[in-house]
Structure formats: C-alpha cells, structure tokens
Design a protein around this ligand. Structure first.
Ligand code: IFM
Length: 435
C-alpha cells in the first residue's frame, strides 16, 4: 500500500464550457468557443458546447454523484460570458446565482469548492476588441474577478486565476487550433503577457474579497527531452521548454521571461511596461500543476512515440510527474502544490451496457499516483490531486470523440455511469492509499 498524508485532498476537475451546456440560458453571452464551434472544420467531429453534459441543469445530481465517490474537493471553472455577457460590462446576477447555488450545494455535501476564473471561454465581445492581445483586457478581467469573488467570497476554498495560459496564448493565437483561431506568434506573445498581467492584477483583489481563500494559478507542463544530442535538437528542446514550461512560471516566481527564441522568433517585449513584472510576481499560496505526458523534441519533425500512448497519442510517462514537481519545488517559491489535472483519454471500448471497464485508465492513475507519492516522500509539499476529468466531456477541437472521464456520459441520453476507474478512485479516497 502507498499511503498518502492524512489531510491529502482528493478531487476531480472539470471546466465550464466542457460540461455545462445551456449556452443560451439565463442571460449568458456568446463565448469565443461558441463562435469557434460554428466555424466549419474547426471542431473535428463538428460538435459544439450547446448541450455538452448539461451540467448546468443537472448540477445537483452531479454533486450527489461526486459525494457518492467520496470526493473531498471539486475543481470547476466559471464561465465569464455568464457573468459579463456584453460590452456594457453589466453584471448578470443570474450567472452569479448559478455558481452560488453550485458552491452552496457542494458545501452542503462536504465537498470543498475549488474555482478557476478563466478556463478559456472568453466572452466574444472581448475578442471583438482584440481579445488577450489588447492590454485593456486586464481591466475587464479585474471587473469580472470583483463580481465573482465579491459574490462567492470565502465560500470558495481556493481560487485559481487562470487555467493553462500557455494553451490560451499558443493554441488560440499562434497555432489556431483553439478559439479564437488566430495564427500570429506576435499576437501570442502579447496574449501571454496580458494573461499573466491579468493574473497578477487579480491576486490582491481575490485576497481582499476572500481573505480566507487560497489563491494561485494553474499551469500545464509537458517536460521536453531531446531526440538526440545533435545541437539542432538540443536547441529546439530548449526553445520548447522555454515556451511551453517556463514562460509562465518564471515571471510568476520573479525571474522574468525566458530569454532566446521561441519557434525561432525572439520577442522584443514591447508590451512589457514598467511595473508589470512586479505585478505578475504577486506571491501565491499554491501552484496548480496540470501534467499529462512528456514530449521528445526534434528540430526537423515529429518523433514517433516509444512509450505506450493514450487515445490522444500522448506518451504515458508516469515518472514525469515526480520529476516535474521536484523541478518546480526547486524554484523555492511556492508554499504548496496541487495536481489540478492528471488523467487520460482512453478508447473506452470495453463496454458492458453503459459500464466501462477501463483498466487502462486505472493503470494510468495508479502509476501516476505512485510517482506523486514518491515526490511527497521526497519533501515536495503536494497537498492534493484532482483527476481529469470527472466526466467525459467536450475535448475542445476534438469535440466529444476523446473521453477523459471517470464517469461515462451517454451523449444521447445524458446518462452518467461511473466507470471502473471511478470505483477504483472511490476506494483510493476511502483508503487514502493506492494499492
Ligand atoms: O480537456 C483539457 C482541459 O480543458 C485542460 N487541460 C488538458 C485537458 C485534456 O486535454
């Protein structure tokens, strides 16, 4: 048995656009993902988020399910377009009502609410004003943060400002596979900086309005390894590591942006004004770490996988979670860490009626939790773990084709059925140990 510390927090995570549906309900405005989904060819299976898991209407039943699994915490995100639907900036109280009911129901079930303010569903009206490329968005994020934290306050145990700003800036503005589908690296540099500035500006506001809540940010990391010791591969690995793994954490810990090129372009940093780096380096209570896989880097092309892969084609590299946490603890800045996402899409073909016997997913979780436990034993202050994801859900450009859930969702009937991995995770939580 691999035992976890007594107070270890076991949770599961989701995000608003991926599960809520109800995109037209109660005054919600359009998001960039609604617009992107309507763009022919943008979503591989041609689907959208209009219904998703219909969590907006089924949250009570969903929270009862969380309680039946013994979850101690639930990580969710708030849909900015429900709170500030249009350019007038008026606050939509009905949107706040929904999240307050969600939080109250979680608390009534003894589940700690872990909220993320921004998990990619930007209001379309802000994108119409140049989105994250326009520095004015920082003020809009501040306004939104005040409204949310002003209403939910200390009922929420923990606030994360952003989820995976790398993905927002890179996939949304450089590479174009995510909303808003733009393809300019200069826009991505500007977006990255304004995301970080919005984060750093929001931190003291959250502290003021929710003095007992923990405040942090959620970053994703994909450790980069060179395919060979060819200098070109080593250089490409450094560039990848800087852009994907250090670009956000290093300004946050006060080291500023990594130097050198990314995608062979050097950023002139003209968007960085006096005081910005100090704002971005606001002290945090925790760093949320999303870890799924590693990457092997080759200057002139893709490297075929040499390890078993998930249904996303991502290599399964469990020791990466230990190595990564050890590296991040080396910054000597964060008082605590949470794994805010870890999990896998699997083909889920072993079906018995609606029941999925996903032993491949059980193995993934078991191996990663065992490595995580080793990091804790080595002294890294990791306080909790959130499986991604509680439900099968809308996997962005892949639509509903990739299933990450502990709980199967039948997208025709919207029936929820815990998979073998959910029952296994329930037993892990009950035992506070992995066998
Ligand atoms: O589904 C996403 C989530 O929204 C952000 N982190 C990675 C997950 C799997 O791709």
């Amino acid at each position: 048995m691999t035992n976890f510390p007594t107070e270890f927090l076991w949770g599961a995570a989701t995000s608003s656009f991926q599960i809520e549906g109800a995109t037209g309900a109660d005054g919600r405005g359009e998001s960039i993902w609604d617009r992107f989904c309507a763009t022919p060819g943008a979503i591989h299976d041609g689907t959208d988020g209009q219904i998703a898991c219909d969590h907006y209407h089924r949250f009570e039943e969903d929270i009862a399910l969380m309680a039946s699994l013994g979850l101690k915490a639930y990580r969710f995100s708030i849909a900015w377009p429900r709170i500030v639907p249009d350019a007038s900036g008026a606050i939509n109280e009905a949107g706040l009502d929904f999240y307050e009911k969600l939080v109250d129901t979680l608390l009534a079930h003894g589940i700690a609410p872990y909220a993320t303010l921004y998990h990619w569903d930007l209001p379309q009206w802000l994108e119409d004003q140049d989105g994250w490329v326009n520095r004015d968005i920082v003020e809009a994020f501040t306004h939104y943060t005040r409204a949310v934290v002003g209403r939910l306050g200390d009922k929420v145990a923990s606030y994360a400002t952003l989820n995976e700003p790398f993905v927002s800036a890179d996939h949304g503005y450089r590479e174009g596979e995510h909303a808003p589908g733009r393809t300019s690296i200069q826009d991505a540099f500007a977006a990255a900086h304004h995301l970080l500035l919005a984060h750093g500006t929001a931190v003291p506001i959250i502290r003021e309005l929710a003095p007992s809540a923990q405040v942090g940010v959620v970053l994703n990391f994909t450790p980069a390894f060179p395919a060979s010791d060819d200098p070109a591969d080593l250089d490409w690995t450094d560039q990848t590591d800087a852009w994907e793994n250090r670009w956000y954490v290093e300004p946050i810990v006060g080291l500023g942006y990594p130097e050198g090129a990314t995608h062979n372009v050097v950023w002139a940093q003209s968007e960085v004004l006096d005081g910005d780096l100090e704002t971005i380096a606001a002290p945090l209570d925790f760093l949320g770490v999303n870890y799924y896989s590693r990457q092997v880097c080759k200057a002139d092309g893709e490297v075929p996988a040499t390890l078993p892969v998930t249904d996303m084609g991502w290599e399964i590299y469990p020791q990466g979670i230990r190595e990564l946490l050890t590296r991040l603890h080396g910054y000597d800045t964060f008082p605590s860490f949470y794994i805010t996402e870890n999990g896998c899409a699997m083909p889920d073909i072993d079906l018995d009626g609606e029941f999925v016997n996903d032993q491949d997913r059980v193995s993934y979780f078991r191996e990663h939790l065992t490595e995580l436990n080793a990091a804790i034993t080595n002294g890294v202050p990791i306080r909790g773990y959130f499986a991604w994801s509680l439900f099968d859900n809308f996997e962005w450009a892949h639509g509903y084709a990739k299933r990450f859930g502990l709980v199967r969702v039948n997208y025709e009937t919207l029936e929820r059925t815990p998979k073998a991995s959910a029952l296994w995770y329930r037993d892990v939580i009950a035992a506070n140990a992995v066998s």
